[in-house]
Design a protein around this ligand. Structure first.
Ligand SMILES: Cc1ncc(COP(=O)(O)O)c(C=O)c1O
Ligand SMILES: NCCCCNCC[C@H](N)C(=O)O
Length: 365
């Protein structure tokens, strides 16, 4: 028995998502780069590498991890590069994408050996969260002005436009892309490549993958560009659980179950976006508020229903625990960091990484 807590990555579920990515790549001609900001658990890359074209990154360390652990095409993006990182970044990257005209001009002469791009902010998005909305007022994410971008076109071969967020609505994607083409078409026509970023939930149930493929193919043909997508969530959605054990039960007006994990430390996005975790099937006569073990009063996974009363020692699975979890885990309260376990295609469980006191102590000094 593997000691909880641990993230359990299911290779069969990854394979399901990868099959959709294959279909989209084949149908559209678009390339798919894994967005490491969402999922960078490299022991699982062997299940993804043959189905994706490479990685994209948000920092020097993500960039290096992508180059060393995934390989293939490696894109480097950062909201701002410091002077002392740029030469090393160029050593790992196939393409470097600057967030601003200022950064492009500052580093143009040191990045001449690789393809250069710029982040174009179209001023629209699909985000329901102010926090994650690249089109929020005064957004620092990319350049908004067509005139400013046109002026530096001789220095770039492409643009990155990340504006979707958990967008499962193909018609909305289609409309917004048409709007972008309308406003920035003259720029798109003069480029070799366009990355449409991440945030398109094309691996979700019922998503019209073939319509998306046809739309991307038409976009590529209309502007004469290679299209890239940067799926994070879509690549790994529903492919991992967080396995936890019930440590204590309280009745404080509600039935509470405290588990050997922490939302704050192990599924931080849920707190940031004020969302509940998911437990499946979440059915039965017995309702519990499942809580983490950190000192934070609001360290709560959510309220779920179970078929039987919970007991100390019961194992629970928190669903959909791959995206923005392992990349954000932290040592708050010194709570034991979940191990990383992979369910291999033959059903066996492989412990890819365990964390102990030494990791905690060395993260602090
Ligand atoms: C530039 C860029 N590309 C790709 C992604 C991945 O988005 P998602 O995980 O929603 O697919 C993000 C998310 O922050 C991003 O900022
Ligand atoms: N599940 C809660 C919303 C998550 C939003 N994702 C944020 C990251 C995203 N890639 C972005 O900022 O665009």
């Amino acid at each position: 028995m593997i000691q909880t807590p641990f993230y359990l990555i299911d290779s069969a579920s990854l394979k399901r998502n990868m099959a959709v990515i294959d279909r989209l790549r084949e149908g559209s001609g678009a390339k798919a780069l894994l967005a490491l900001k969402c999922f960078a658990t490299w022991p699982a890359f062997d299940y993804m590498r043959d189905h994706m074209d490479g990685t994209t990154s948000s920092s020097l360390y993500e960039l290096r991890l992508g180059r060393e652990k995934f390989g293939k095409e490696t894109h480097a993006y950062s909201v701002a590069w410091p002077d002392h990182e740029i030469d090393e970044a160029v050593g790992y990257a196939d393409k470097i994408i600057f967030n601003s005209v200022g950064q492009l001009q500052r580093f143009r002469d040191r990045t001449g050996g690789i393809a250069r791009g710029l982040r174009l902010n179209p001023g629209l998005s699909t985000s329901g969260f102010d926090l994650a909305d690249p089109a929020r007022p005064f957004s620092r994410l990319g350049e908004w002005s067509a005139e400013k971008i046109e002026a530096v076109l001789p220095d770039i071969s492409g643009v990155m436009i990340h504006y979707n967020c958990e967008n499962a609505d193909f018609d909305l994607f289609d409309r917004q892309l048409a709007e972008i083409e309308g406003r920035f078409g003259a720029i798109l026509d003069r480029l070799d490549w366009v990355s449409l970023g991440g945030g398109i939930h094309f691996t979700g149930e019922g998503y019209p993958v073939d319509r998306l493929a046809a739309r991307l193919k038409a976009f590529a043909a209309a502007h004469g560009v290679q299209v890239y997508l940067e799926p994070g969530e879509a690549a790994i959605t529903r492919s991992a659980t967080l396995e936890v054990t019930v440590l204590d039960l309280l009745d404080n007006g509600k039935q509470l179950a405290i588990v050997d994990s922490s939302v704050e430390a192990h599924m931080l996005d849920l707190l940031i976006y004020r969302q509940s975790a998911k437990v499946e099937p979440d059915a039965g006569d017995h309702s519990y508020m499942v809580c983490g073990k950190s000192c934070l009063a609001g360290d709560i996974f959510g309220e779920f229903r179970f078929a039987e009363p919970l007991k100390v020692g019961d194992r629970l699975s928190i669903a959909d625990a791959a995206g923005y979890t392992m990349v954000k885990k932290n040592w708050f309260n010194g709570v034991k960091m979940p191990s990383i376990v992979i369910r291999e295609p033959d059903g066996s469980l492989r412990v890819a990484r365990e964390f102990g006191y030494g990791d905690y102590a060395s993260s602090l000094g």
